[in-house]
Structure formats: C-alpha cells, structure tokens
Design a protein around this ligand. Structure first.
Ligand SMILES: [Mn+2]
Length: 424
C-alpha cells in the first residue's frame, strides 16, 4: 500500500486550490438550485469494481508488452487493487476471474481485509482450456454439441458459485466465447437451446440471494456468430432463466454506432439490467479506458441509470473491464474509475423536472441542452473533495507516482515474458 504520509504531503500542496474551486462550484451550483454537498454524498456512496485481470498489462491478439512489477497471482493483484482504492476511494471491490484467481477462501478473505476490499461478482471462464481439463472448449462450452463438455462447463460455473459464497460474493457473471466461424458450422436454434439448458442447470445452483448475470458480445473469438450475440439474445436468456437472472452490458460489445443508452433504458424498464462493464471504444470491442474516446456516451448511459435510481429492486453492479496496452494499468484504472464517477456526478446534475417538461412540450433543443448543461459542468472539485474527505488523494496519479509504488513492486516481482497474445 501507499505510505499515508505521501498522500498527505501530496494533498497539502493541492488543498488551497481545491478549496477555492470547490467553493466556486458550490456557488455556481446553488444558482442552479443544486446542493454541492448532496452531490458529493452521492459520490461517496458510488463504487465501481476493479476486475482482477485489469491490473496486469492486457494486450491485443498481436502482442503484449508487460511493464515492470506485473502481478504474479491474485494476492499481488489485490495489492494493486488496494492501492487503486486507497487513492481514489471509489473502487471498494474486486471481481475475481476463475480459474486464474483460484485460491483458498480463507487466504482471499484475509488479503481482502488487509487491503480494505470486498468481492464483487465472480467471473467464470469456459472460453479457454486449462491444463487440468479433460474436454476442450475449442468448439464451445455451455452450448457445445457434446453433452460431457457442456456438463464440464456447468460444473465449472457451479464451482465458481461455491468459492464466491465463501468469500461474500453475491453474483456470477457468465461470458462464453461460444459461437461459430463459418456459415453453416452450427445450427443457431439448437446451439442456443443447448446454451439455455446449460444455463438453467447453473441457475438451479444459484443461492437465493445471488444474481446470475449474462454478458452479450457480438463477435470474437467467434467471428461469424456468437451464441449470446446481442441484448435481445441476452434478454431472452435472462427471461428464460428467471427472477435472479439479468443482463450485463459491456459498453464495447455492440456494433459501432448502436444506441447503448437506449438499450440500457429498455433493460431497466423490463427489470433485466443487472450490471455494467465499463470501457471505451473507437472501432469495436477495443477495451480502451473508460471515458477516453466518448465521454458523452458514458454520461448518457449514466443519465439513464440515475433517472431510474429510485426504481424498486434496481441495483446494477458496476465494473471496469478494460485492456491496458501502453499505460501502467494502475494509473489507467484510477483514471477510468474517476471517469465513471465523473459521469455519475454529472448525471446527478440533470434538471429532471425541466427535462420532463421540455420532453412533454416537444422542445427538442431545450431538452438536449439540459443534458449538455449537466455534461459541461466540471465536477472535478466534487470528485477530488470526496476523495480527500475519505482519506484518498486529491490527485491520485500524481500521488501514486510520488509514492514510487510501481518501482517498488518491480523490484520485488520478477519480470514476465511478453510472449503470446493478451486478454481482450
Ligand atoms: Mn466484459
């Protein structure tokens, strides 16, 4: 973890300017009849989970260029996640990926306590083969044509639930690479039927207070068709399975130009939005840092989420899911968590009564300007003050660099090879 004295010193240097900026923003917001303290309190309560795999350098199908101090195992990863939360105070949980992060529950719990984190959704992996595995997932897992392979994949998911139960997780997220690479390779209906039957077996093993989230993805690793291709297929799955099943939306898993915020609204309206994977993209499933390409889209997604905040039973899970190719993953994740919080804070500035009136009056320009007014507001002083109040850093990346954490872990953790593609 970072030495608290380093954080204090870093904050001392920035405090005067922050106070001035916070006061000025408070005055500005009060003219808009918004209480800055209320917005800050909402930011306190908002958290986004860090995926355990995010703290390692990702890469593409072409190459991976690991940096110094790459985490060796889940315990190194949790150290890194602990630092992200220590500085940003916005990432209180980590999401495990099994089997990569499999470890005794007691060890995971004591590490979590040491670094001040809890556990978010469990993620199963049946999109690659493991060394101790009998049957291959080359041609699919939950939807495989062979019953024994499907059973093996179901069993793996049930074991993820079992481990998750012992560490306080409350959800299982399933993403499969199943699909096809050639027209005619698979029968769409039969394949989907097999997937649904396998998913029902997993659902039957779900504890009463758990949720099962399914994630759609339109292409890759299967490039002609994927078995859970789009939000429509995802909605069908969640509906077939039952009450505890809901859809997970990954911002990168759609065709270019798709109106993701409208998908979000539809799923909320029918009680089937379970969670998010935040990232950004320019061309496809790029897994770029959240808010780095299209911050307005991120804001528009949050506009829908905040608009439905008071809908009964609506508690979506939030997680980052990105691949860091050219940056220090800890810095990217801190910056991305901040972008997610920023969009959340901005969405809380939308004048919803005025928006509703403009919509009813068919005043399109006023309506869209109401959203723009919220989006254009620089809420950084709120985010920084929320971090400071909770013991974090006014400038997380500057404090992280001053602390020399990366150099420290690079001297402790052995160098790793960049051979092979990364996780995408
Ligand atoms: Mn994802």
């Amino acid at each position: 973890m970072i030495d608290p004295d380093v954080i204090s010193r870093s904050n001392e240097n920035a405090l005067e300017h922050l106070k001035a900026d916070y006061d000025a923003l408070g005055e500005h917001l009060s003219r808009r009849r918004i209480d800055i303290e209320a917005i800050k309190a909402k930011v306190y309560d908002f958290g986004v989970a860090i995926p355990s795999w995010g703290v390692g350098t990702g890469g593409t199908r072409f190459a991976r260029f690991p940096g110094g101090g790459e985490p060796r195992d889940i315990f190194d990863k949790m150290d890194d996640c602990g630092v992200i939360h220590q500085l940003t105070r916005g990432t209180p949980t980590v999401s495990l990926h099994i089997p990569w992060d499999r470890a005794p529950a007691g060890d995971l719990l004591s590490k979590a306590e040491e670094v001040g984190l809890g556990f978010d959704a469990m993620n199963s992996n049946t999109f690659q083969d493991q060394p101790d595995q009998n049957l291959s997932y080359k041609f699919g897992s939950l939807s495989h044509s062979d019953a024994a392979t499907r059973a093996q994949a179901v069993e793996h998911n049930l074991s993820c639930i079992e481990l998750g139960q012992s560490i306080g997780s409350k959800a299982l997220t399933i993403w499969v690479g199943d699909g096809s690479n050639f027209p005619g390779q698979t029968n769409f209906a039969k394949q989907f039927e097999r997937y649904l039957n396998s998913a029902k077996e997993i659902y039957a093993g779900l504890p009463a207070d758990w949720r099962l989230l399914t994630e759609h993805k339109m292409y890759e690793p299967a490039f002609y068709s994927t078995v859970v291709q789009d939000w429509g297929s995802n909605y069908l799955i969640a509906t077939e399975l039952g009450e505890q099943a809901a859809c997970l939306v990954d911002l990168g898993h759609h065709a270019p130009n798709v109106n993701i915020e409208m998908i979000v609204s539809r799923l909320i309206q029918f009680g089937k939005l379970g969670g998010f994977h935040f990232n950004d993209s320019k061309y496809g499933d790029d897994d770029l840092d959240s808010g780095s390409i299209d911050p307005y889209r991120l804001f528009l997604v949050f506009n829908e989420l905040v608009d439905s905040e008071n809908v009964e039973g609506f508690h979506p899970m939030h997680m980052l899911d990105q691949s860091h190719n050219v940056t220090d993953p800890i810095e990217s994740l801190m910056s991305s968590a901040t972008e997610v919080l920023r969009s959340y804070a901005q969405a809380n500035l939308v004048d919803r009564n005025a928006l509703s009136q403009a919509q009813d009056a068919n005043d399109a320009l006023t309506a869209t300007n109401i959203l723009k007014t919220a989006f254009r507001t620089d809420v950084e002083p709120i985010l920084a003050m929320a971090r400071l109040d909770q013991g974090g850093a006014i400038h997380p990346i500057a404090a992280y660099r001053e602390a020399g954490y990366r150099q420290k872990v690079a001297s402790e953790r052995p160098e790793v090879s960049g051979a092979g593609g990364g996780i995408v």
